[in-house]
Design a protein around this ligand. Structure first.
Ligand code: RB5
Length: 140
């Protein structure tokens, strides 16, 4: 399952990603926020989404705030979350292949929907390589 979360600054980009998922018949759970106008606190949404992501090891999250930084800091406070703030497809690919990232963070105020969707596609279709990377992850 894919869990989506944003604050007000990430809301519009989250809506674009939801439209893409609808077109592709990809099911996702949106834990909020539900309006761009409401001033929301990103830690509340990151924490709510984390709880859903850790329910199943196959789950992944996509969290969006203005910069992606706040969401990634909060997300990574949960020891079962490996959140990666990605600015491009190569980052998303390496976050999956080397870090087994289970949460993708995006900067809603600094990224086009086109770019974000490319990154999301890579994140969702790239597998962890294991091996030496698994050894490193055990040391987190
Ligand atoms: C909200 O103004 C902004 O601080 C937030 O979206 C995020 O960028 C924090 O890291």
């Amino acid at each position: 399952m894919i869990i989506l979360a944003s604050d007000h600054a990430g809301f519009l980009l989250k809506e674009e990603i939801k439209k893409f998922f609808n077109r592709e018949n990809i099911i996702a759970i949106d834990v909020g926020c539900y309006s761009r106008k409401q001033l929301d606190d990103y830690p509340d949404f990151a924490k709510a989404a984390n709880q859903k992501v850790i329910e199943d090891s196959r789950n992944v999250g996509i969290y969006i705030c203005g910069t992606g930084i706040g969401m990634s800091i909060v997300a990574n406070r949960n020891p079962k979350i490996r959140a990666a703030l990605c600015y491009g497809e190569q980052f998303a690919s390496l976050a999956r292949r080397h870090n087994d990232a289970n949460v993708l963070c995006l900067p809603g105020r600094f990224m086009s929907k086109r770019k974000a969707i490319k990154i999301v596609k890579v994140f969702l279709t790239t597998d962890f390589e294991g091996g030496r990377h698994a050894r490193r992850i055990k040391k987190y």
